[in-house]
Ligand binder design. Structure first.
Ligand code: IMP
Ligand code: MG
Length: 181
C-alpha cells in the first residue's frame, strides 16, 4: 500500500491538531444543548470517531450512508441514501460530519433532507475542503483543512474502496488510477 503513495499532503500530526481544535470549538458552541453528530459513511467514520473523543459535552451519534463515486475520481452529482439515520432529530441540533466537501452536492442534499425533519439546527463539520471544486454554495460552520484540487486518499478517504486506513492524507501515483482495481 505504501508503494502506491505519491506524496503525503496532510500528515497525521496536522490532522490530529485540526481534530482537537474543532472538538474544542464544538464543545464550547453546543454546551448545554442537545447535539447529534451524524457521520457520513463510509469516508466520515474515522473523522467522526476521532472528533467525538475531542468533544467534552454529552452527544448522541448516528450514521448515514450515501452513494459513492464507485471507482471513479469524479462526482456523478447524484446523491443516493443507502442507509438513513435511526434517531429522531426533532428539536435537536444536528452536526453533519463529513470527510471532505468537494462539489458540495452531497452536503447540500443532506442538509435539505435533515431540515425537513424538524431539527433545532443543521450545521456542517468537514475534515477537508476542496473549495476550488464547488458546484453549489454551502455554508461550512466547522471547516478543517483546505486541500488542493487533487484526488486524495487516507484518513477515511478511499480510491475504489482502498486506502481508507492510511493515517495520513496522500495522493496516489498516476499508474494506480490507470490500473483496473
Ligand atoms: P461532493 O461534495 O458531493 O462532491 O462529494 C464529497 C464526497 O466525495 C466526499 O465525502 C468524499 O467521500 C468523496 N470525494 C470527493 N473528493 C474526493 C477525493 O479526493 N478522494 C476521495 N473521496 C473524495
Ligand atoms: Mg464522503
Amino acid at each position: 500500500m505504501m508503494k502506491d503513495i505519491e506524496e503525503v499532503l496532510v500528515p497525521r500530526e496536522q490532522i490530529s491538531e485540526m481534530v482537537k481544535s474543532l472538538g474544542k470549538r464544538i464543545s464550547e458552541d453546543y454546551a448545554g444543548e442537545d447535539l447529534v453528530l451524524v457521520g457520513v459513511l463510509k469516508g466520515g467514520f474515522i473523522f467522526l470517531a476521532d472528533l467525538m473523543r475531542e468533544i467534552t459535552i454529552p452527544v448522541d451519534m448516528d450514521l448515514i450512508a450515501v452513494s459513492s463515486y464507485g471507482a471513479s475520481t469524479r462526482s456523478s452529482g447524484v446523491v443516493r441514501i443507502i442507509k438513513d439515520i435511526d434517531l429522531d432529530i426533532v428539536g435537536k441540533h444536528v452536526l453533519i460530519v463529513e470527510d471532505l466537501v468537494d462539489t458540495g452536492l452531497t452536503l447540500s442534499h443532506l442538509k435539505d433532507l435533515f431540515n425537513t425533519r424538524g431539527p433545532k439546527s443543521v450545521k456542517v463539520c468537514t475534515a477537508f475542503d476542496k473549495p476550488s471544486r464547488r458546484k453549489i454554495e454551502i455554508e461550512i460552520e466547522y471547516n478543517g483543512i483546505e486541500v488542493p484540487d487533487k484526488f486524495i486518499v487516507g484518513y477515511g478517504l478511499d480510491y475504489a474502496g482502498r486506502y481508507r486506513n492510511l493515517p495520513d492524507v496522500c495522493t496516489l501515483k498516476e499508474e494506480i488510477y490507470e490500473k483496473e482495481l
